[in-house]
Design a protein around this ligand. Structure first.
Ligand code: KG4
Ligand code: ZN
Length: 333
């Protein structure tokens, strides 16, 4: 069963053909990074325009690469939210037109669920139940995943997402957008104990995160160096900051898995590419007898392949949408 999958939630136009939710037949991507880099972050209106320009040829190219005709498709799956509303609307609008024109079922996919499903493409044997953690530029979620379409939010960030905190500090340090990637690279040469950053807990909500205090602490530290006219010890700041985020994420994730009785942990989202997070989570899962599933780097960030994977299971569960489907900037899991 082949699905054409479309992802336009942020700064990457992507289309893929995925078979049975598990194998990628093609993957076409048009990245907008060089466009947004000029402004130090994503400019939503420009993202929407770039999606409109590329979505149609990109879908054609995904079908051609997969040697797939429209008659061979079982459905069209598209990210409906959460994300930038204008960006999402281009994908949803295109998917609706494509589904209608070709008489195909239309499947709306939640972005956070798709990040978890990215792991099915890499590990054919992986099945729920497991504890999922999605960490990206917009999300930090701990999820009880009891079935392919059965998700319960156990914990989430109360303010900034982990990726947002990484990007903010990286930007103040002068790294190009998206800064989390560069910060991770520079941190490799630094001392993670050089600076003491806060590890915030949310009172009464043991599985929730809060990264805004950490973000402010990082910004203040950098400003103090600037005010004194001293050079910023970038590698040490990056390593200490990264350590604080990786520590909190991995500790809370392992705790949630243990408390809710899960034997496996599945990671997803752009921040799951972070070297220290991967290593620390591996170490703590090993210590606690938990199996850890990490997506390969090409499946960590936003992509259409993961939309095809989750779309397949949504279709199996009968979750198809009408042509009144709308994109949603915020959408509960
Ligand atoms: O999943 P994603 O592509 O988009 C959202 O759903 O938000 O995640 C993008 C985020 C950005 O904040 C980016 O800086 C961060 O993931 N990121 C990283 C790394 N690679 C990407 N953060 C820390 N370390 C990395 N290696
Ligand atoms: Zn994402």
């Amino acid at each position: 069963m082949k699905i054409l999958a479309i992802e336009t939630s942020c700064d990457e136009t992507a289309a893929a053909v995925v078979q049975n939710g598990r194998s990628v037949l093609s993957n076409a991507v048009a990245s907008q990074i060089s466009l947004h880099r000029l402004y130090g972050g994503v400019v939503p209106e420009m993202a929407s325009r770039a999606h409109i320009e590329t979505i149609s040829p990109l879908c054609r190219s995904a079908l051609e690469q997969a040697r797939c005709r429209t008659e061979d498709l079982a459905a069209v799956a598209v990210t409906v939210g959460p994300g930038l509303i204008g960006a999402l609307l281009t994908g949803v609008g295109f998917a609706k037109g494509f589904a209608y024109a070709n008489g195909l079922p239309l499947v709306g996919v939640h972005h956070v669920k798709a990040h978890i499903a990215a792991n099915y493409l890499h590990e054919p044997e992986l099945e729920p139940p497991f504890l999922g953690m999605v960490v990206s530029g917009g999300h930090s979620h701990l999820l009880a995943v009891r079935g392919y379409t059965d998700f319960q939010v156990i914990g989430r960030t109360r303010d900034d997402a982990a990726g947002e905190a990484f990007d903010k500090i990286a930007r103040v340090m002068g790294f190009p957008y998206p800064g989390g990637v560069e910060l991770d690279r520079v941190a490799e040469k630094g001392n993670p104990a050089a600076f003491e950053f806060p590890r915030a807990a949310v009172e009464g909500s043991p599985y929730d995160f809060s990264f805004s205090g950490l973000k402010t602490a990082g910004v203040n530290l950098l400003h103090r160096f600037n005010q004194k006219g001293q050079p910023i010890p970038r590698a040490d700041v990056a390593a200490s900051f990264r350590e604080a985020i990786a520590d909190v994420l991995s500790a809370r994730c392992v705790e949630a898995a243990r408390d809710f009785g899960f034997r496996r942990v599945v990671l997803g989202g752009g921040v799951s590419a972070n070297r220290r997070l991967r290593a620390l989570l591996r170490q703590r899962c090993d210590q606690n007898g938990l199996a850890l599933h990490l997506p390969p780097l090409e499946l960590c960030g936003d992509n259409a392949m993961m939309v095809g994977a989750q779309g397949y299971y949504e279709l199996q569960a009968g979750h198809t949408c009408g042509l009144d489907l709308n994109a949603r900037a915020s959408l509960p899991v």
